[in-house]
Design a protein around this ligand. Structure first.
Ligand SMILES: Nc1ncnc2c1ncn2[C@@H]1O[C@H](COP(=O)(O)OP(=O)(O)O)[C@@H](O)[C@H]1O
Ligand SMILES: N[C@@H](CCOP(=O)(O)O)C(=O)O
Length: 327
């Protein structure tokens, strides 16, 4: 449950008086997510999500996220829209945090994703990549290779409390990924960078919406594919499910074909994606703020995924016939 910052009813009523959203009927902290404080608001005008942006979100980046949601919605992606106050502003402050209200999306995120969900995500991710192509604002990925070392430094001294020899394992992997092997010449664009199952809504098996753009940035499109491979194509026991991966990659490829270079880089990108989430989870695991209503996510899930990708020889191991080869 993620509520790091509480909001008092009178503060919220004052805040809402700046919008044309009617009267507040009820509000409650949302029992999901780990990054920001989110509240579900019911007003006489409908349901809305109030987000108070927390530690990992730089205030300067908020206009990027809000404008991106508007851009993607205008280009056919079903995602929340920022709600503007009567002054025309969507971004303001509440309880000492940057805050915004966004529209509520119908749908349910899949607790046990199946291959059909994975195909839906593949198609949805590719459509989002195409829709983001002409988005004018840029934001560098703060959590790419250069951003991993500071996370490691923040957790290194206590990493072995979580698993023996974890510190040495992470140091070796980081050295490798920072040794010049990380691709620099793959197609780039706007990526979601956190398209996990709790950020994708479905109605039945059909994708109905994408939420949570607070890690969105410009980076390699194939890196987003690698993040999803990690998030969607493993089982609860952390074993890789090649059927899900094939469904995901084929559906992505039908909308936006991966180049040979992107396919070849996928195992390495998946290692990078795995260490990125391993490190943020490790830092969060070791630093739960006192009193915060949050359930930190298991870093070791990503250690197992990372080990799997270290053993991958080519995209064939992800269920994909490499381009250029006849099936
Ligand atoms: N626009 C929305 N419509 C409906 N539910 C939402 C919306 N945004 C967030 N939620 C709910 O809040 C939860 C946490 O939101 P999320 O943005 O993932 O959190 P965080 O900001 O911590 O990353 C989601 O899993 C979902 O249940
Ligand atoms: N997806 C990340 C955690 C951050 O995302 P949220 O949407 O759950 O707040 C992870 O699984 O480590």
């Amino acid at each position: 449950m993620a509520v790091y910052t509480d909001v008092a009813a009178d503060e919220l009523a004052d805040f809402l008086s700046q919008y044309d959203l009617g009267e507040l009927l009820s509000y409650k902290g949302i029992a999901e997510g780990v990054e920001n404080s989110n509240f579900l608001l019911h007003t006489t005008e409908g349901s809305f999500i109030l987000t108070l942006y927390e530690k990992r979100v730089a205030k300067n980046d908020l206009p990027f996220f809000l404008a991106l949601m508007t851009h993607l919605a205008e280009h056919g992606v079903n995602c929340p829209l920022p709600v503007k106050g009567r002054d025309g502003e969507a971004l303001r402050e509440l309880s000492g945090r940057p805050a915004a209200i966004i529209t509520f999306l119908e749908g349910v995120w899949p607790r046990k994703p199946n291959a059909a969900h994975c195909a839906g995500v593949g198609e949805g991710l590719a459509r989002m990549h195409l829709a983001g192509a002409n988005f004018a604002i840029k934001r560098a990925n703060a959590l790419s290779v250069a951003g991993w070392r500071p996370l490691f430094d923040a957790a290194a001294s206590r990493a072995d409390e979580v698993q023996p020899d974890l510190r040495a394992f992470l140091a070796t992997e980081l050295d490798y990924l920072a040794s010049g092997v990380w691709p620099t010449n793959l197609p780039e664009g706007v990526i979601h960078a956190d398209l996990f199952n709790d950020n994708v809504f479905f109605l039945g098996d059909k994708l109905s919406g994408i939420i949570d753009f607070t890690f969105a940035c410009n980076d390699m499109l194939a890196y987003d594919v690698a993040i999803c491979l990690n998030a969607w194509c493993f089982e609860p026991d952390h074993s890789f499910n090649v059927t899900k991966a094939r469904a995901f990659l084929n559906a992505y490829g039908r909308v936006r074909k991966l180049s040979e270079a992107e396919e070849a880089a996928l195992p390495l990108l998946a290692r990078g994606a795995a260490i990125r989430f391993l490190l943020t989870r490790l830092v969060d695991w070791l630093n739960v703020p006192p009193g915060a209503l949050v359930r930190p996510k298991d870093p070791l899930e990503y250690l197992r995924k990372l080990r799997f990708h270290q053993s991958v020889a080519s995209v064939r191991d992800y269920g994909l016939m490499p381009s250029g080869l006849v099936a």
